[in-house]
Design a protein around this ligand. Structure first.
Ligand SMILES: Cc1cc2nc3c(=O)[nH]c(=O)nc-3n(C[C@H](O)[C@H](O)[C@H](O)COP(=O)(O)OP(=O)(O)OC[C@H]3O[C@@H](n4cnc5c(N)ncnc54)[C@H](O)[C@@H]3O)c2cc1C
Length: 489
């Protein structure tokens, strides 16, 4: 299994398990707790490639002991207090679409499914929505659309993921250029701490009242508590949606056109560039002139007059850098295919290793990091494909999203090849002053880079974790990988 410290546990290692089950049943009743093997297996995986690979090979990365479905923050609080008494792990579970192993019960324990937290309360004066964090993203967006509103957080996984999962991973949606990432969207939260205490932050546009405690929980990946409610920003449906696309021969020219556009305070909702390989893969059949070119697409949203002006300035910047206007067709094609995720599932059965890695870097490293990662991936024996696109941009930098695929060479297994590809990428990114993850989070597979990513900050993070969660019951093994060893698993 390479260097992953995960193994299939079919037997529980919690001595008092019968007592724990009995007491938990008293909290939620017998209908909302399960120890059936079928449920434990169903919650024994998420969408991390290793989870998928193991499932295809007829095993699982882990096996939780108990699945529980609380309905209120008070019930969550009681569950957590009980878990503290017995020192049994609690793992918050949204819809298991995370791609870094974050929701896996690698130390066994209780999976706390948030599904029942699905309330929606709109405040159309403040333009906020207060939601239960187990709410599915697509259900929320559809509900808002029916009221002429939108939150605008549209991750590719929107149909299979929850608000709690987005907060836990600081997620980024396809329209993040205009509606922001989760940290821009969330105004306040209700959180059940690992001690069982319930805290609620106030909702305000901004304040200067000391450190904002709830910001700690954005990106905490279920290790600091369970977010049960959140108040988020919403917007009116846009008057106009505008689409532009350009082809470039040179990647640096394409990056410069985007950078100048953003730094002129133009805010397209969507900006995506595809390197030559990905342009061929995604647009080769529909846009014949895209051969051997880099595709750049934009979607603008808002008031018609503003959108028209933004489109005009963006076009001028693209033409200045020799972009060739290819009209709306490539953008329409992107809209048609943007939720298609068959690639990863199609590769698995053919015994290939394929994954995606998203990272962040400043503009002055953007081309260097792209070249360095592609080269480092291709230098791993067995990797035959390495490509990239960029899907989130800032006035200050870029999120690159790399895809690799390979077949293990003789004597090597899939897990080793997978590790080598990830090691090659992340070590190159960190060496080139990039950040190890832009929006998928660290979970298990990136946990080993936490120290390098954060440097001196990491010690403080560890202290915060042990202060808030002294018995390490919240999602052990994630973000702080050493804790798995401490627990002697
Ligand atoms: C095909 C595909 C496309 C994707 N596209 C995107 C994308 O465009 N943008 C993006 O950002 N991500 C994307 N992802 C990744 C994934 O969907 C996100 O990480 C998402 O935020 C996970 O939500 P979830 O509800 O499924 O969480 P889960 O996978 O169930 O859990 C993820 C982590 O969050 C914790 N957690 C869940 N709920 C809570 C809670 N209420 N309180 C505290 N912690 C909690 C869990 O313990 C775990 O650590 C994609 C994944 C797939 C498979």
């Amino acid at each position: 299994m390479g260097n992953f410290k995960i193994h299939f546990q079919s037997e529980t290692k919690f001595e008092n398990i019968d007592q724990i089950i009995e007491n938990l049943t008293k909290i939620v009743g017998s209908e909302r707790i399960s120890v059936d093997m079928i449920d434990r297996i169903a919650y024994g995986k998420d969408y991390w490639l290793i989870s998928n690979l193991m499932t295809l090979k007829g095993t699982l990365p882990c096996l939780p002991d108990i699945i529980i479905w609380p309905q209120t923050a008070k019930e969550v609080s009681k569950i957590i207090k009980l878990a503290n008494n017995y020192k049994i792990p609690v793992i918050p579970y949204g819809e298991g679409s995370g791609v870094v192993g974050g929701a896996l019960a690698v130390c066994g324990g209780i999976i706390l499914d948030t599904k029942y937290f699905d309330s929606i309360e709109i405040n159309s004066t403040n333009m906020t929505v207060t939601v239960g964090t187990g709410l599915n993203g697509a259900v929320l967006e559809r509900h808002l659309n029916e009221h002429g509103l939108r939150m605008g957080h549209i991750p590719q996984s929107i149909r299979t993921s929850t608000i709690g999962g987005y907060i836990a991973h600081r997620a980024a949606g396809q329209f993040s250029g205009i509606y922001g990432k989760m940290e821009d969207i969330v105004l306040s939260m209700e959180i059940v701490l690992p001690t069982g205490d319930i805290i609620r932050s106030k909702t305000y546009p901004r304040a200067s009242v000391g450190p904002m405690v709830d910001r700690l929980f954005l990106g905490s990946e279920g290790t600091l508590g369970i977010v049960t409610k959140a108040t988020c920003k919403i917007w009116p449906m846009p008057e106009k949606q505008g689409k532009l696309s350009y082809l470039f021969s040179d990647l640096q020219h394409c990056l410069d056109a985007i950078r100048e556009t953003l730094q002129a305070r133009i805010n397209p909702g969507v900006i995506r560039i595809y390197d030559k390989k990905e342009t061929e893969r995604h647009f080769g059949e529909t846009i014949k002139e895209s051969k051997d070119k880099i595709m750049l697409i934009f979607v603008f949203e808002g008031i018609k007059r503003l959108v028209n002006l933004e489109m005009q300035i963006t076009s001028e910047n693209c033409e200045k850098y020799n972009g060739i206007d290819t009209g709306e067709k490539p953008v329409d094609h992107w809209f048609e295919t943007r939720f298609k995720v068959s690639e990863a599932s199609e590769f698995g059965p053919y015994d290939q290793v394929m994954d995606t890695i998203e990272i962040a870097c400043m503009w002055d490293k953007s081309k260097e990091i792209y070249d360095a990662v592609i080269n480092s991936l291709l230098s791993v024996p067995g990797i035959y494909l390495a490509s990239g696109h960029a899907s989130h941009f800032y006035t200050t930098g870029v999120c690159w999203y790399f895809t690799f695929s390979g077949i293990p060479k003789e004597g090597k297994d899939h897990f080793t090849l997978y590790n080598e590809a990830w090691d090659a990428t992340i070590s190159t990114v960190l060496k080139t002053e990039g950040s190890a993850s832009h929006h998928h989070g660290m979970g298990i597979n990136r946990g080993k880079w936490m120290q390098l990513e954060h440097g001196e900050e990491f010690k403080l993070l560890q202290k915060i974790k042990s202060t808030i969660d002294p018995n390490n019951i919240m999602n052990p093994g994630k973000l702080y990988p050493d804790e798995i060893q401490k627990k002697e698993l």
